[in-house]
Design a protein around this ligand. Sequence first.
Ligand code: URA
Length: 246
Amino acid sequence: MNKAPTARLDRLLSNLGYGSRREVQDLIKAGYVLLDGDAVIDGDERIALTPDLAARMTVEGEPLDPLPGLVLMMNKPIGVTCSHKEQGPLVYSLLPERWRARNPALSTVGRLDKDTSGLLLLTDDGALLHRIISPKANVSKRYDVTLDRPLRGDESQVFGAGTLMLDDEDKPLLPAQFEAASEKRGFLTITEGRYHQVRRMFAAIGNHVTALHRDRIGALALPDELAPGGYRVLGSAELARVFQSA
Ligand code: URA
């Protein structure tokens, strides 16, 4: 069996956003950090990063935050931006303040526009993030699209052909699947992630997207019970669904 990696307690807590090394040292010395019910008062102590650590360690009476390697699913609401830098409300402001001070930082897996809602993944695992967004992984994303004008009827053919060119691009889009749901609504599944791709695809055929919501990544569906602005930790079986086809 692989031995769990270890980390110095003060560094672990500081990297989880509990404060500077000095601040967490004070917290530890004051007996606020318990492992299996007993205070750990030496910040230099190396702690085994076993998956059950969050259940065994408490900080000021609360369970330890999730260890690095965290993956979250969020129901992104309209009006927040997938950026660390831009002005205005950011998706990160929906997370607990301490989680925003983690190192490595949580980042969104790709982006949804400010005006797009729905399924968004966030992780602090850079390798995983790249594995999901890599073109090689061919991970599909499904969008529920509401349009300004009635569908023409040939959308699934035009988007499925693999020949559609977007303005200012020199490579056609890969084939995408479209399924009409009503006169002005349908589900579009794409495997690429070009800038404003869905909105530009409909603009290219003379329509205009009035509402856009992502409801699936691979075979992972946004759960009905996750309200806009809500998030939760993604389990490993759910994560595996991202790489499966729907
Ligand atoms: N395509 C878009 O146009 N916007 C999104 O947010 C995602 C895909």
